[in-house]
Design a protein around this ligand. Sequence first.
Ligand SMILES: [Fe+2]
Length: 125
Amino acid sequence: MKELILKRCNKCGALIKVLNDCNSHGCGIICCDDSMELLKPNTSDAAAEKHVPVVEKVNDIINVTINHVMDEDHYIEWIAYISDNREEFVYLKAGDNAKTEFKYEGKAKVYAYCNKHDLWVTDID
Ligand SMILES: [Fe+2]
């Protein structure tokens, strides 16, 4: 199943979505004269229950909720639905509800990105 590939520069904070990564030389992508870090979901030491997207399938809709604060300095920046043939991002801001819905189209991954605790994912069957 398709996965979201995000890389971050740990010097300047740049965050990029990679469509096709470099596989030929293992050199990755360089920013600020250094290799960008591949973000691995669900690896932050923050509380998983406050970050992993909770999904509920109702007919052909996937309701997504993240039980996370949405404060000015700490919030979920976006929620993404990634399947083999579709990608959809919903961008949020402080004060919003950390929830959205996507059309169900079979197996997929739902990601959430916290501005302090990085990337989180849950699978949809
Ligand atoms: Fe967080």
